[in-house]
Write a protein that binds this ligand. Structure first.
Ligand code: SAM
Ligand code: SF4
Length: 431
């Protein structure tokens, strides 16, 4: 979501005559867009500002703005502690970006915009054209969260759930496709909680599917509890909807899920997975796990391992619990650091083995790959298959924006390598 926000902030900056530079030394304005989901986010801000300061020693300082959730959660402190920062702008106040910069150009002041005005934000952003021109483009459809998982800072930094209207989203999706997008990734903290005057995520997928030159649709991140029957059916109804579902579970123990206030238990989660597989047998899953949540016993942890193995997630993101100031879990007693680290190592090793086992099954099989870019100065092209696996092939022809059948030859945890199939006979798609 920060990537989408960064693009939109750039669109706003462009309207007041700023352009991107790859050279930090040349910047007149430096925007640091931040994430607050886990620890060290604030340290990173100070560290990055330190780098800017060094580059601009003995020179006129650039305008320095911190945006994103660190600005929201700790903006006042940042402004007080680091005089080099001129403004902080929270995620619901990007509509104020242009005015902030224009004000800072005129006079040396400190500006703090951390209000929650999500409707005004999107009303104002809608009139700024989305200039993203990636083959795979991001589109925020929903923001904020009302779930209040006890470990999570999102409801405090992004505010309550808000869904943008279908009309404005179709408009923006068409802009992206006109700019060259072949894939759109619909984004939301709880993307499947999307609800705009009764129109749900499945309705939006249906509408966006009808954009002719768009080839693929993905959405992330889903909350298991918001997976309604119509969305389950969408996975058999809409061919453009890709068969990888990111479905964060957080723990394999229903006891820990309750302590997290997750609102789903493991039986419910497994049942949902079965329902989805029944609708579309191709579907695969990825997930997030928190390791070492307060109160997690050896048995709770083993249940996470059992779930990991039984579902066979093709990708997982696992994190040691990080206490976030202001959240209820930050008051709970922390587990011993060594126990958490050991559990994380064990978990990630098993997850990596499962991933590699799955990947080996793709070798010598056919994959449909949408190519996104060329690797710097080479004839190698990078793309993704339907399950979001990264694939690299060599080609003399420019493949960007095309979907090609690729024979997968080899690969590791991060990338698969293959060759374009010219002879269409006798190649089996991976299941
Ligand atoms: N809304 C999604 C859901 O509920 O499934 C998750 C979005 S959250 C922004 C992204 C991931 O960060 C979570 O799935 C969780 O695994 C991780 N996360 C959030 N807060 C955390 C914390 N305090 N410590 C460790 N990991 C955390
Ligand atoms: Fe955070 Fe997701 Fe829970 Fe919302 S549902 S509080 S975004 S983890």
């Amino acid at each position: 979501m920060n990537e989408y926000d960064s693009n939109r902030i750039y669109d706003l900056a462009y309207e007041i005559n700023y352009k991107k530079t790859n050279s930090l030394k040349e910047a007149d304005c430096y925007v640091l867009n931040t994430c607050h989901i886990r620890e060290k986010a604030t340290d990173k801000v100070y560290h990055d500002i330190g780098r800017v300061k060094k580059k601009f020693r003995n020179k006129k300082k650039p305008i320095v703005v911190v945006t994103g959730c660190v600005a929201q959660a700790e903006g006042e402190i940042l402004l007080k502690q680091e005089k080099y920062i001129d403004a902080v702008i929270g995620p619901q106040s990007y509509q104020d970006f242009k005015k902030t910069i224009l004000d800072l150009e005129k006079k040396h002041i400190k500006i703090n915009h951390t209000e929650f005005e999500v409707i005004e934000k999107f009303d104002k952003l809608n009139i700024t054209k989305n200039s993203q021109s990636s083959v795979s483009s991001l589109l925020t459809i929903q923001e904020g969260c009302d779930k209040f998982c006890k470990f999570c800072v999102v409801p405090y930094t992004r505010g309550s759930e808000y869904s943008r209207s279908i009309k404005e989203l179709i408009n923006e999706a068409k802009q992206l496709v006109d700019n060259g997008a072949k894939e759109i990734i619909l984004l939301g903290q709880n993307v499947n909680a999307y609800n705009s005057y009764g129109k749900k995520l499945s309705n939006l997928i249906q509408e966006i599917s009808s954009i002719k030159d768009l080839k693929r649709i993905r959405y992330t991140t889903s909350h298991p509890i918001d997976f309604s029957e119509d969305l389950i059916s969408a996975h058999s109804n809409f061919e453009k909807l890709m068969p990888l579902i990111h479905l964060p579970v957080q723990s394999g123990s229903s006891h820990i899920l309750k302590k997290m206030n997750r609102k789903h238990n493991i039986d419910y989660y497994l049942n949902l997975i079965e329902k989805l597989k029944k609708k579309n047998s191709l579907i695969k899953f990825s997930s997030d796990f928190i390791i070492g949540y307060p109160g997690e016993t050896d048995e709770d942890f083993n249940q996470s391992i059992r779930l990991l193995k039984s579902v066979g997630f093709i990708n997982t993101y696992s994190f040691i619990f990080s206490p976030r100031i202001g959240t209820p879990a930050a008051q709970m007693e922390l587990l011993n650091d060594k126990i958490c680290k050991d559990r994380l190592i064990t978990f990630q090793k098993i997850a990596a083995d499962i991933k590699m086992e799955y990947r080996k099954k793709l070798f010598k099989k056919k994959a449909e790959v949408l190519f996104e870019n060329r690797l710097n100065g080479t004839d190698s092209f990078f793309g993704r298959d339907k399950f979001n696996n990264s694939v690299i092939v060599n080609s003399k022809e420019n493949l960007i924006g095309q979907i090609k059948d690729v024979l997968i030859n080899s690969g590791n945890h991060s990338t698969l390598k293959g060759e374009i199939i010219k002879d269409e006979t006798n190649r089996e798609f991976a299941a």
